[in-house]
Every structure is written in structure tokens, then in C-alpha cells.
Design a protein around this ligand. Structure first.
Ligand code: NAD
Length: 376
């Protein structure tokens, strides 16, 4: 392997990387635990036909670090991690490979909790439960939280209200024009919530059937996918793809707010975050506003309670208000403010940890996170 693993780990201070190999099932997997300062590390598992081990390692290192920030900003008592299985989910995935992977997780004794991601379904996660209890995102029939999309949409909706209060001085969305890109699992739920509050919707999706549905149900105005960036609206809500805020799309924007569910919305985080700020467009950092699904599945750790989970999801409103307060006070982008808030929380917890011994099992039971002991 060309990549120097320990040097790579030191770059962003990853705690642990676990490589898994199982000759019988053909499993080749990497789990990266970025940070457990706040609690056991959570992150989905992705199955992808990576061309090289370096590519897989690069992906798992980047994604696990992102999870630390997402969990910390969301106020969860969880750290960040990610797992990748190298292989084609269409051809290589089967019960026994997933069970071999789950045994690898079980060997981490609760330090890593995983769930679905690209190439891994809820059903796949349920296979893993045969070998480990360190999984979340199982179906409601089995006592889990089911599809996270509605919770993600609720978080985005509350985030839009927080942004609207900042820019338009009101949380009422009556008459506010929202352009939604992507009417998939999250976008369609969001359209419903916004329509209920009498927002005016402009929608685009590559799937004609989904557009027709939104036009019929929510009186939405349809535009072609390439036109969504330049529509005359108050809010742009990207709920389809990443990197859609870039040099090409930015000059087209007429909106005052960008707030949506898609991951990695800014093609270049630092540069495009600054450009949005300069243009006076309020950007809701993606990893803050789209954390509803994570908050919802994380509730399974202490025995899933939908009502409690959704109350925590709604708190995205307050988190975003704080992000805006910090961004305004320190004259920085909202993305930087959110990252700073997450880092401050991590620093404070690390200081505490010097005085108390952290016990993952206690946190896992949802009782208390720290117990007295010798400094570590
Ligand atoms: P999805 O696959 O169900 O929906 C995506 C929709 O976008 C599809 O209907 C697709 O046709 C449409 N689309 C794709 N390219 C498009 C384009 N160029 N223009 C217009 N529409 C286009 O996905 P989802 O679960 O709804 O997630 C949406 C986004 O939110 C993704 O970026 C995802 O990573 C992110 N996200 C989702 C969740 C969740 O709980 N599902 C949580 C966090 C983040």
C-alpha cells in the first residue's frame, strides 16, 4: 500500500483503524474510528467497489472525521467513525460476508456503532444483528427506528425556520418561496411539511413521476433540473446531490438562504462558504441541518422512543440559531462557526476526560457517560 497509514492517521488525529480480512467470505473491510471523546463512535458502513486500497482508506478517513463533527454539533454523546467494505454490493454482498463484518465490529466491544450507508441496506444491517448489537437503523418491526428520511426532513424544516427568522424576521413560512432540488425520500417529506405551512414550492427532479406527484399534492411549480439554481425564490433547498454550490451555479442564485439535506453541498468548503457570505446568502451548514436522521437512529442506542427522538431532531432549530450567533459575532462563515462549536465541545469533553474515566458501556446503556476513576 502506497499510503502511509500512521502518517495519514496523524494528519487529522484518527484514534484507530481496523482492517478486516476473511478468506471464507471474501470480506475486505476498513473501519476508521476518528474520535471517541464524546462517546462510542457512530457512522454508517459503505460498500463500494473501490479500485484501490488507498481509495478506500482515503474515503473512510475523510468520512469518519465528518461524523465526529456531525455528532458533536448535533449535541450527541457520540464520536465519529465510518466503515467501508471493499466490493460490489450487487455481486459480492451476502449474509455471511455481512456476518463476518459484524464479527469485526463486535471485536471492538462497543467502540464502533454502525448502520446503513451507500451499498448497505436496512436488511443488511439486520443480518449483522446476528453477530453484534453495535448496530442502529434497523426496521420498526424489529424495534428500530426505520427509514430516517422523515426525521432528516423534519430537521431541515426546523433549520429552514431558524434561517427564515434570521433573514426575514419570522419563523412563519406562509408565502415564502422555497426551491427544492430533488424530491426523493427527504425532499418529498420536506415539501409536505413546507406545504402544510403554506410555503410556495418550486421543484425539480430528474424523475418526472416524482415531480408530477409534488405538483399535484403540494401545488408546486415545476422547473427543469438545470433551471432550479436561478429561480426567483427566497430559499434554495438542495436535497439531491453534493457539490451543487460551485463557481457555475453561484452567480445564478437569487435566494437569501441555502438550506437543504444534501451532503457536501459546497464544492470547495472554504472558498464557496466565503462567497456565499460575501453575497449575503445565509448558508445552513449541511452537517448541522441534515443531522435529523443521525439523531433519530442514535436514539436506538438507549431503546428507541420516536417521540423523544423527534424532540431532539427539532433542536436543530436551536443549534442553527447558535451557529448564526457565533458566525455573526466572530465574523466567520456559518460552516466555520459550526466546526468551531463542535471543536469547542470536543475540547471541553477532553478536559473533563482528564479528570474522569470514560466508560463506553455506561454511555451505550444511555445511563451516564463519565464515571469517577483514575485520570487517563
Ligand atoms: P434519494 O435518492 O431518495 O433522492 C434524491 C432525489 O434527487 C431523487 O429523486 C433523484 O431523482 C433526484 N436527483 C438526482 N439528481 C438530480 C438533479 N440533478 N436535479 C434534480 N434532482 C435530482 O435521496 P434522499 O435520501 O432523499 O437524500 C437526499 C440527499 O440528502 C442526499 O444527498 C443524501 O446524501 C442526503 N441525506 C439524506 C439523509 C436521509 O435520511 N435520507 C440524511 C442525511 C443526508
Amino acid at each position: 500500500m502506497a499510503m502511509k497509514v500512521l502518517s495519514e492517521m496523524m494528519t487529522f488525529n484518527h484514534e484507530q483503524i481496523v482492517f478486516g480480512n476473511d478468506r471464507d467470505t471474501g470480506l475486505r473491510a476498513i473501519i476508521a474510528i476518528h474520535d471517541t471523546t464524546l462517546g462510542p463512535a457512530i457512522g454508517g458502513t459503505r460498500m463500494w467497489p473501490y479500485k484501490t486500497e488507498d481509495e478506500a482508506l482515503g474515503d473512510v478517513l475523510r468520512l469518519s472525521r465528518g461524523m465526529t463533527y456531525k455528532a458533536a454539533a448535533a449535541g450527541l454523546n457520540l464520536g465519529g467513525a465510518k466503515g467501508v467494505i471493499i466490493g460490489d454490493p450487487e455481486k459480492d454482498k451476502n449474509e455471511f460476508l455481512l456476518r463476518a463484518y459484524a464479527r469485526l465490529i463486535e471485536g471492538l466491544h462497543g467502540r464502533f456503532i454502525t448502520g446503513e450507508d451507500v451499498g448497505i441496506s436496512v436488511g443488511d444491517v439486520e443480518w449483522m444483528t446476528a453477530e453484534t448489537s453495535s448496530v442502529v437503523g434497523i426496521s420498526e418491526a424489529l424495534g428500530g427506528s426505520g427509514d430516517p428520511s422523515a426525521a432528516t426532513a423534519l430537521g431541515v424544516f426546523r433549520g429552514i425556520q431558524a434561517c427564515s427568522e434570521e433573514v426575514f424576521d419570522t419563523t412563519s413560512l406562509d408565502g415564502i418561496k422555497v426551491a427544492i432540488q430533488g424530491l426523493g425520500k427527504v425532499g418529498m417529506h420536506l415539501a409536505e411539511l413546507l406545504h402544510h405551512e403554506h410555503a410556495k414550492l418550486i421543484v425539480a427532479d430528474l424523475d418526472r413521476h416524482r415531480v408530477k406527484l409534488a405538483v399535484g399534492k403540494f401545488e408546486a411549480l415545476e422547473v427543469a433540473p438545470e433551471q432550479i439554481y436561478g429561480v426567483d425564490a427566497d430559499i434554495f433547498s438542495p436535497c439531491a446531490l453534493g457539490a451543487i454550490i460551485n463557481d457555475k451555479t453561484m452567480p445564478l442564485f437569487k435566494v437569501g438562504i441555502v438550506a437543504g439535506a444534501a451532503n457536501n453541498q459546497l464544492e470547495d468548503e472554504a472558498k464557496h462558504g466565503q462567497v456565499l457570505k460575501k453575497k449575503g446568502i445565509l448558508y445552513a451548514p449541511d452537517f448541522v441541518i441534515n443531522a435529523g436522521g443521525l439523531i433519530n437512529v442514535a436514539d436506538e442506542i438507549s431503546g428507541y422512543n420516536r417521540e423523544r427522538a423527534l424532540v431532539k431532531v427539532e433542536n436543530i432549530y436551536s443549534v442553527l440559531k447558535e451557529v448564526m450567533r457565533v458566525a455573526n459575532k466572530e465574523n466567520i462563515t456559518t460552516g466555520m462557526a459550526a466546526a468551531r462549536m463542535a471543536e469547542r465541545r470536543l475540547d471541553q469533553a477532553a478536559k473533563l476526560r482528564r479528570r474522569f474515566v470514560y466508560t463506553p458501556s455506561a454511555c451505550y446503556r444511555g445511563t451516564k457517560i463519565f464515571s469517577r476513576g483514575n485520570p487517563v
